[in-house]
Design a protein around this ligand. Structure first.
Ligand code: SF4
Ligand code: SF4
Length: 376
């Protein structure tokens, strides 16, 4: 038996980049996915990882990528998680979600599949083109011939719903698709998709490409009022359950509504949970507090040190576990919520602010204050 996890911290939620292979080649992909890494965890190592997570008390694994379904052993991995009593969720682009795949996901009790939806059909297809290396190989009756990833997405929704699997949506927002949010909302309502997570695109991987034909312009603080006006309207109207991702917030007067899952006021921001309750694993065994963080935040590798040792290492994940409010700078310095908030999303801050996580320029509280105090 491994020693019990450090009591005050436990990796309840793990997001696992199971492979970097992907059948799409999204313009803003934070992992620059497409080809598998040369040294990804093999089946035996992947099954051992699930066991290690179960031993550490992980409640939920989000199988991500790249595209999880392109791993030939995906059925085995889901079956192992199920047999260990760990809940499975998927993040997927939908391309390979045939009816047969959807039925298997249902058999393995996958809790929900979050599909990436980034715009109306033309905008979505522009941001999420097929990866010519893999598209035909990994597509099936979803409509392998079609050049439109949005069309494949619609098939995926139908297949998942027919199989009885819960479907939700995730939208990555940059300046490239900020104006697409109303069109996405209409698509979700028409498709009967009830859960919608809205998050800002990180300047990571291909999302960091700021020049050239495929440039991605990440949102600036000045874009936040437009983004939040949309999020707040969707939440008020309630046609789709809209959940702000971790990078949105914090502590504006409507914070409880922004972050509530079931009913207004049931939740509020409690600071980044990377290395506290959340863990990220890369496809080659890298261990991070959160998968969205850059490699600067790697704490070790499964092949060099057992997971429980890294997790229980008192010096690991220091940016959160040993956070010192006195290190806050910029608009976060002196903020009444600083100790709890720890300057927002560490991953978004690091990529937007050249690695500086001591402040969070994209905080809506700061933006609301600036708007209120600026002369009319
Ligand atoms: S100003 Fe900084 S510390 Fe205060 S709520 Fe916003 S992100 Fe958090
Ligand atoms: S880095 Fe951001 S996305 Fe990751 S756990 Fe922290 S707040 Fe959440």
């Amino acid at each position: 038996m491994h020693p019990p996890p450090t009591p005050e911290f436990g990796p309840e939620f793990c997001v696992w980049e199971t492979t970097l292979a992907c059948n799409l080649s999204c313009r803003h992909c934070g992992s620059s996915a497409g080809k598998a890494r040369a040294n990804e965890l093999d089946t035996e190592e992947a099954l051992a990882l699930i066991d290690a997570l179960a031993n550490l008390g992980t409640r939920e694994i989000t199988f991500s990528g790249g595209e999880f379904i392109v791993r030939p052993d995906w059925r085995l991995l889901l079956a192992r998680a199920k047999s260990r009593g760990v809940a499975s969720l998927l993040v997927s682009n939908g391309l390979a979600l045939t009816r047969e795949v959807a039925d298997e996901l249902a058999r393995q009790d996958v809790g929900s599949v979050s599909l990436s939806v980034d715009g109306s059909p033309p905008a979505h297809d522009r941001l999420r083109p097929l990866n010519k290396l893999h598209a035909l190989e990994f597509s099936g009756p979803c409509g392998a011939e079609g050049p439109s990833s949005h069309e494949q997405l619609r098939h995926a929704v139908e297949n998942l719903r027919a199989a009885g699997v819960t479907v939700s949506a995730i939208t990555q927002v940059s300046k490239n698709n900020l104006a697409e949010l109303p069109a996405i909302e209409e698509f979700l309502v028409a498709s009967g998709i009830d859960g919608w997570q809205i998050q800002m695109t990180n300047a990571m991987g291909r999302g960091a490409r700021s020049a050239g034909e495929h440039a991605i312009q990440i949102l600036e603080p000045a874009d936040l009022p437009t983004l939040y006006a949309h999020v707040r309207r969707v939440q008020r109207e309630g046609r789709v359950r809209c959940l702000a991702a971790d990078c949105l917030g914090y502590f504006a007067p409507d914070e409880p509504l922004l972050r509530s899952v079931e009913r207004p006021g049931d939740n509020f921001w409690q600071g980044c949970q990377a290395g506290m309750r959340v863990l990220g694993i890369t496809s080659d065994g890298g261990i991070k507090g959160c998968l969205s963080m850059t490699d600067t935040f790697l704490e070790g590798n499964l092949r060099e040190r057992p997971l429980h040792e890294v997790w229980n290492d008192r010096s690991a994940f220091a940016y959160n576990r040993r956070f010192d409010e006195a290190t806050l700078t910029g608009g976060c310095s002196g903020c009444a919520f600083g100790k709890l908030c720890r300057a927002g999303c560490r991953s978004f801050a690091a990529t937007a602010q050249d690695g500086d996580i001591s402040r969070y320029d994209h905080c809506i509280r700061l933006q609301d204050a600036a708007t209120t105090s600026s002369p009319q």
